[in-house]
Design a protein around this ligand. Structure first.
Ligand SMILES: Nc1ncnc2c1ncn2[C@@H]1O[C@H](COP(=O)(O)OP(=O)(O)OP(=O)(O)O)[C@@H](O)[C@H]1O
Length: 230
């Protein structure tokens, strides 16, 4: 059974049709890249899966739990790293990790071990008591990324995972994403950094003006880009 089923989804914003009848599914443990030009609708797909963007039509389920029928049970299965860090100004980095740990039901010891490991890896272990306003943009992105990596969820959504991260952090994140997928998490990501995505993803979905125009194995996409750039 596929982890995510995104079926016949249409999204309108005002008068504009942003997603036109988009359907795809995501198998357990697969890494799938959403590819397309600026404005193609990639982030809208992410926000619609999260329930932040209303859909006009269609259905979305994760492990057969339908978004419209059991929203809380559905939502517990997702973690999201948005393109822009979305942190609360009144909470420190550590308080963000605790909030995420509690909302996904992690026990205290497991949470602390993961926080220690990930904050050391991303070199922000000396920033645990800082508030977002005193962190750089890249550090805020790291806090947001760690929050989403703490729980074991069925589906991890990542909008532009490498944006704002230095080369070491980007390499670490790439490795963590592969480990997550190997342990059964399905991953949907968007990225304009095609070289990294070609190395990371198993499959791609190509969007153009809100329509899914092509999909397949990442290997066939690599051939396609090579053919068109040679
Ligand atoms: N809040 C909004 N109000 C009006 N139009 C919106 C809104 N959010 C997105 N859109 C429109 O929806 C379309 C898809 O936007 P979306 O952010 O999903 O694109 P994207 O593929 O993620 O682009 P990018 O690569 O630039 O991040 C664009 O035409 C955009 O102008």
């Amino acid at each position: 059974m596929d982890t995510l089923q995104f079926q016949d989804v249409c999204v309108n914003i005002g008068e504009n049709t942003i997603l036109k009848d988009v359907s795809f599914s995501l198998g357990k443990g697969y890494i799938v890249a959403l590819i397309g030009h600026n404005g193609a609708g990639k982030s809208t797909i992410m926000k619609t899966i999260m329930g932040w963007q209303e859909k006009r039509d269609g259905s979305i389920s994760i492990n057969s739990i339908n978004q419209d029928e059991s929203f809380l049970a559905y939502k517990k299965q997702i973690a999201y790293i948005p393109e822009e860090p979305f942190l609360l100004s009144e909470l420190t980095a550590m308080q963000h990790f605790q909030l995420y740990g509690q909302s996904y039901g992690l026990d205290e010891q497991e949470l602390m071990e993961k926080v220690e490991h990930l904050t050391k890896l991303f070199e922000i272990n000396d920033k645990l008591n800082e508030y977002p306003e005193s962190l750089s943009k890249g550090m805020r992105q790291k806090v947001q990324t760690i929050c989403a990596l703490l729980p074991e969820v069925a589906l991890l959504l990542i909008d532009e995972p490498f944006m704002g991260l230095d080369i070491h952090a980007a390499n670490d994140l790439e490795r963590l994403i592969k480990n997550k997928a190997n342990s059964g998490t399905s991953i949907l990501l968007t990225s304009h950094q095609l070289e990294r995505v070609e190395d990371l993803a198993d499959k791609y979905l190509m969007l153009h003006k809100g329509e899914l125009i092509e999909h397949g194995d990442m290997k066939s996409f690599e051939k396609l880009t090579r053919r068109t750039t040679e």
